[in-house]
Design a protein around this ligand. Structure first.
Ligand code: SF4
Length: 260
């Protein structure tokens, strides 16, 4: 593809060498480039917001309008920006600890309101920046700095089911190792009018390297469902597969439409 859009910065990348956040960054740069060059969005009307965590460095590596929020507060920042100027396209990057622990109440209410914002969660299932405490999506048995000696005793949260129940109008999951498909899911999320939620499996190669576990288990759905039973069928694994793609997409009035 033609990379005519300048999105790179001069900032030195400080993720661990080989960190899969770099794949997510590439997927997003390509997605935004295609959307801008295709006329779907204008670069000056796009704002990216990040929280605190390894993921949060992404805004250092994007030459565009960006804002760094507080821990767990990416969603309210997105909502404030969108309410202040509904013409903007707002895109949030948030870690799983950020989104599903500190920020989970914001997440639920943004989905319920169908605010026209986009949230990409870098789900590496661990608080990586602070060196391996368990998050709500850490697997049972995970041994991190905050877990019992025998490992994490808690059952992990399923963010897709939560977002479906909360009212998100676009619910998807991708695997960052497939940059091309991740780019397509990002493009579809940004083009969707309403609350777009994408959980991105983004293995932390330093504290919880799940790449080998996921590589052979990822499957992709062809098209989203427009009803709950259909979405649940698409999300359901067959054996130990991990389905990815857009599971659910519907249209309903957005918050800014209801307020206007
Ligand atoms: Fe990436 Fe993990 Fe290193 Fe953070 S700690 S930069 S998520 S590999």
């Amino acid at each position: 593809m033609t990379m005519e859009l300048q999105l790179e910065t001069n900032a030195h990348i400080t993720w661990c060498p080989g960190c899969t956040n770099a794949q997510l960054l590439v997927a997003f740069r390509e997605a935004l480039t295609e959307l801008v060059l295709g006329g779907t969005v204008a670069k000056e009307n796009v704002v990216a917001v990040a929280g605190i965590g390894c993921h949060g460095k992404i805004t250092d590596y994007l030459q565009m309008n960006t804002y760094t929020s507080l821990h767990g507060r990416v969603v309210p920042a997105l909502e404030g920006i969108k309410l202040g100027n509904p013409a903007l396209t707002v895109i949030g990057f948030e870690g799983d600890g950020d989104a599903y622990a500190e920020g989970i109440a914001h997440l639920i209410h943004a989905a319920r309101r169908n605010n026209d914002i986009n949230l990409f969660v870098h789900n590496n299932m661990v608080f990586a920046l602070t060196a391996s405490q368990a998050t709500p999506t850490s697997p049972k048995g995970f041994k991190g700095r905050s877990s019992a000696p025998e490992g994490n005793v808690e059952e992990p949260l399923d963010p897709l089911l939560l977002m479906l129940a909360a009212g998100a109008t676009f619910v998807a999951r991708t695997y960052v190792g497939d940059i091309a498909r991740t780019k397509e899911v990002m493009k579809a999320a940004i083009a969707h009018k309403g609350f777009s939620f994408v959980d991105i499996i983004q293995p932390c190669i330093t504290f919880l390297d799940t790449r080998d576990s996921y590589r052979s288990r990822i499957t992709w759905v062809e098209a989203p469902a427009a009803d709950f039973p259909g979405a649940l069928r698409l999300m359901a694994p067959t054996g130990d597969t991990v389905p990815c793609g857009v599971f659910y997409q519907v249209q309903r009035p957005t918050l800014d439409e209801m307020l206007s």
